[in-house]
Design a protein around this ligand. Sequence first.
Ligand code: NIG
Ligand code: FE
Length: 410
Amino acid sequence: MSSLTVLHASQIVTLSGPKRSRVGPEMSELGIVRDGGMLIRNGMIESVGASDEIEKNFGDANIIDAGERVVMPGFVDAHTHLVFAGNRLGDFERRARGETYEQIAKAGGGIWSTVEKTRAASEADLLTQAKKHANWFLCCGTTTVEAKSGYGLNVEDELKILRVVRQLNEEVPLEIVPTFLGAHAVPREISPGDYVELVIQEMLPRVAAEKLAEFCDVFCERGYFDIDRSRKILFAAKNIGLKLRGHVDQLTNSGGAKLMAELGATTADHLEQADEQGIAALKKANVQAVLLPGSVYALGARWYPRAREMIDTGHSVVLATDFNPGSSPTPSMPMILSLACTQMKMSPAEAITASTINAAYSLNRGNKIGSLEPGKLANFAMFDLEDYRELAYWFGVPQTHSVYIEGECV
Ligand code: NIG
Ligand code: FE
């Protein structure tokens, strides 16, 4: 099979380091090689180092001159709602007039309005829209995304979304990791208690039997799923072999972070309102914190999660877009890096670690992706920049030069 040599990157940001997610000061260590090169065989990285060393061994490999650009692992986006129908332009305008996420949801917008459109859409229509979104991610330098269901809220439509995720994964180069989020909201036609039973008795067994998801998520929030109902669903999911993620302490502090710690979840996501005990519980239980500044920004809120405090106390922090039509309509990880640095006081290096190697571990793929090291997949992006810090610094500027997945330019 094919070989490829990348030469003369101004910086190859390798993220080489311990074979686990990075914490505290480790998040600042990017393993940068100046005038770097990389040898790729059969879609895998064989060696990474100085261009002149790599050049000696390239043999018959095709050469790509990186032209003094930055080469980095493709971004790994560990929290998205990739498959949905339509948009929420009405919500967007209402928010601009000063209404809150909760007020808009009560007035007929919010998650429910996307559920109605998604239920009405065919699998083929959803796939067409999802392909457009998948292409946006690639254009921003992202090579793997997690994708949640959650806009179906009945057995058939939740399964429909997860089948679209599966189909999408087969048809586009972007790698997609599926998560079941049946507990995203309580649908209008059924009581909360009955819906929890439906999720546990009917949805979860089908999701597991058809192997449609690796993770289970819930929206643990006032007006959505309280702590007891969230616990019940996640506990059942864990028992059938799914790993756990959770939307917790986003709009109010309901003790969701503590619940994720108690259940040994893989990640606790959002955490804008989490308190000190909640944050400490996550660290103790080794639950990764997935921070989503795009949703704070797009909701016009002020309170960003306390990333600085988390990193300084040794948490493994992940950054993700939360791409969805309501609270975070962006697929752009560079935009998230900008927000992380300007609003959450993370350094550019910490933000890159959080959106590559740490994100890869949060998706159970730390051994395959997230860094440019021998033995890993050649999933990387080249940016029209000389210095990696420019990624977070120039905002709103297209910076992607090219993107490779398993050594193929996509
Ligand atoms: O992560 N918080 C719940 N879910 C999404 C929003 C989904 C929507 O508004 O459609 C989030 O912010
Ligand atoms: Fe979300």
